[in-house]
Structures are given as structure tokens and as C-alpha cells.
Design a protein around this ligand. Structure first.
Ligand code: KG4
Ligand code: ZN
Length: 347
């Protein structure tokens, strides 16, 4: 790892995120202090399709990105002269959506001659654990290495061991559906709206997790995950109930499904944390907004667990700024020629 840039301990990063269906921009100082963060959600546009419609997403990014960047600079009371570098999500994500953010960032970097940093969206999710709002009176402690990062989003579910900044050793990942994808698919199966995660969580709050016991894929000795068997089991249960002409006990189905996902994510993460004797655990990505998952980690006392505040769990640009800062101070700056990487792995 290269030494930190001495001239930039308080570097300010302007970041842009447009990998999926949120258009976002943020200004961050010092890798941790959030000066402003703006997220324009497209959920309303995609709800009618039951999922993200890629062309609709990229065209909406084109419409809103200028206003979102402008607004975040205004909220931070800054212009580009106060910024030290521009970070942007380079991948993974939808190609047409990524291109909009990357082109905006390139244009701004070219016009202002600021350094440009392409950030991996998954790396961003992990670095959301370092963020705190500028009005926080006492800076909270930062995660310590070695740490174990459970990354659970709509497209990814993986466990990474980090021995230092920007170093990822993938211990395991999902062999089929991502955890968020399973939430979204099961929501559709039981008639709940997109996005599935919050809908299932809300329904589960009124159900009993004991009413249905769905299977857990433990895969003993491995840090990989699998959620397709669980999804199929929910599907079979729904078909059985429908063929008997019974109304779907949506809340109980949601509670049983959520309990299965949470138990597997929690227990497998704890096993890996013990095995690698880590100092801290980070839980990040859209599914880390799930209340039952948060409670499982926060109710144990074996490890100190960092889970970002709810608004930084789902996609935002503050997390891209945080990862961008650590890339910047470790001299990992890009040139204007880089292309988007829709399937960019973290490790
Ligand atoms: O990180 P994210 O915003 O986008 C990706 O990078 O994929 O994650 C979105 C995923 C969706 O699958 C959504 O259903 C899930 O996160 N999600 C949740 C919750 N909030 C969002 N899953 C479970 N419980 C939640 N409260
Ligand atoms: Zn994400």
C-alpha cells in the first residue's frame, strides 16, 4: 500500500453514483465527514414494471443528474474550487446507467482539471461504514482491520476479509440469487410491491416466523451462500395453498422467509469472523437496512459490528465518496479514458 498523500489529509471528494435506479451525488471531507448527500430515487417510475427497467433508468439519470450534482454542491456551500477530486461509480451496475454518471464526472474533471477516480460500487457499500454527518459532535470510531465485510445488496451477497484499506479477500459469495434479489422475488411471489425488501420486512412485522419453517442452505465449512432453494420452497408453499383455495397468509410467509435469510447471513458471518479472528464486522448494502438482520448483529456482544445508518445502506453517493477518498489518498487515481465495467468484481 502506498503512503498516504500528505498534502490531502482533509481532501474533499465530490462523488456521483448512477449504477442502477438512484441518481446520487455527495460531498465528503476527510473520508468520513459528510457535508451533503442528494439521492433522486426512481422507484415510482419502475414500480409499474415490478423491477428496474434499464432504459427507463438511464434516461431518467440523464434528466436529473445535473440538478442532483448542483444541489449537493449547494447544500455543502461549495463549488468545484473547494473540491480536491471527483469520484464516480464505474461498476458493477447497468451499463447504460453507469455511462451517464461516468460521462458527467469526466466532463466535470476535464473542465476543472480535478483528478478523477473510478470506484467499485461494492467497495462503496463497504465504505459506507466509515461515514458520519458533519453535525455529529464527536467523531464515531472507524472500523478496525482486520475486518470482515458482509455485503448484501440486490445483485451481490459476499463475505470479504479486509486486512487493510482497499484490500479484499473474498471468502464466499452466493452461488445463485443475491439476498436482496431473493427478497424481491419472494415479494413478487406473495403479491407484495417492488422493492421487495422493505415490503417483506413490513409484512413480516405482522406475521409469525414460526408459522412456516423454510430451509436454510448451511453448506457446512463454506462461506458461500445459496437462496434459490429457499425461494423455491416459498413458491411450492404458495402453490399448495393456492391449489387448496386458501388465502395466502402473506405476513406469516414473509416472516418465515425473512427469518431464514437473516439466520443464514448472521450465523455464517459470525462463523467466518471467529475463524479469521477479525477485530470488527461491517454489514453493508441494501439488505443491511433490514431491521431483523440489524438486530441479529447488534444483539450479540462477541464482535463490534458497524452497520451504516438506514439512508446509507441503499444506493447513495456518500459511500462512493468515502471509497473514492481512500483511493485518492493511496494514489489510485484514474485517467479520463476509462470505460464503465458493468460486471466489475470487488476482488
Ligand atoms: O444496495 P442496493 O440499494 O442496490 C444494489 O446495489 O443492489 O440494494 C437493493 C436491494 C434490493 O434487493 C432491496 O429489496 C433490498 O436491497 N432491501 C432490503 C431492505 N431494503 C432494501 N432487503 C431487506 N430488507 C430491507 N429493509
Ligand atoms: Zn448498491
Amino acid at each position: 500500500m502506498s503512503p498516504l498523500k500528505k498534502n490531502f489529509p482533509h481532501a474533499r471528494i465530490l462523488a456521483i453514483e448512477s449504477s442502477c435506479d438512484e441518481t446520487a451525488a455527495a460531498v465528503l471531507e476527510n473520508g468520513r465527514v459528510l457535508l451533503s448527500s442528494v439521492v433522486a430515487s426512481q422507484i415510482d417510475l419502475h414500480q409499474q414494471y415490478g423491477g428496474v427497467f434499464p432504459e427507463v433508468a438511464s434516461r431518467q439519470h440523464v434528466r436529473t443528474i445535473h440538478a442532483v450534482v448542483e444541489q449537493t454542491l449547494q447544500q455543502a456551500h461549495m463549488n468545484l474550487e473547494n473540491i480536491d477530486a471527483i469520484a464516480v461509480t464505474r461498476g458493477p451496475g447497468l451499463a447504460g446507467s453507469l455511462v451517464v454518471g461516468v460521462n458527467m464526472a469526466k466532463g466535470m474533471a476535464m473542465g476543472s482539471r480535478l483528478p478523477l477516480i473510478g470506484v467499485n460500487h461494492l467497495e462503496g457499500h463497504i465504505y459506507s461504514a466509515w461515514l458520519y454527518p458533519s453535525e455529529t459532535p464527536v467523531p464515531p470510531p472507524a472500523p478496525q482491520f482486520p475486518l470482515l465485510a458482509l455485503l448484501v445488496s440486490g445483485g451481490h451477497t459476499e463475505l470479504n476479509l479486509m486486512r487493510d484499506h482497499l484490500q479484499y479477500e473474498r471468502l464466499g459469495s452466493t452461488l445463485d440469487d443475491a439476498a436482496g434479489e431473493a427478497f424481491d422475488k419472494v415479494a413478487r411471489l406473495i403479491g407484495l410491491p417492488y422493492p421487495g425488501g422493505p415490503s417483506v420486512q413490513n409484512a413480516a412485522a405482522y406475521g409469525s416466523k414460526e408459522a412456516f419453517h423454510f430451509p436454510r442452505a448451511w453448506m457446512e465449512g463454506s462461506s458461500d451462500f445459496s437462496f434459490s432453494g429457499l425461494k423455491t420452497s416459498v413458491l411450492r408453499t404458495v402453490r399448495d395453498l393456492e391449489s387448496q383455495g386458501k388465502p395466502l397468509p402473506v405476513n406469516d410467509l414473509a416472516a418465515g422467509f425473512q427469518d431464514a435469510v437473516v439466520e443464514v447471513l448472521f450465523k455464517k458471518t459470525m462463523l467466518a469472523a471467529r475463524k479469521y479472528n477479525v477485530k470488527n464486522i461491517v454489514v453493508a448494502g441494501g439488505v443491511s437496512a433490514n431491521q431483523a438482520l440489524r438486530e441479529a448483529f447488534l444483539n450479540q456482544s462477541e464482535f463490534t459490528v458497524f452497520i451504516p445508518p438506514l439512508k446509507y445502506c441503499t444506493d447513495n453517493a456518500a459511500m462512493i465518496a468515502a471509497a473514492g477518498y481512500y483511493r485518492f489518498v493511496h494514489d489510485k487515481v484514474d485517467t479520463l479514458e476509462f470505460d464503465v465495467l458493468p460486471n466489475w468484481p470487488l476482488s
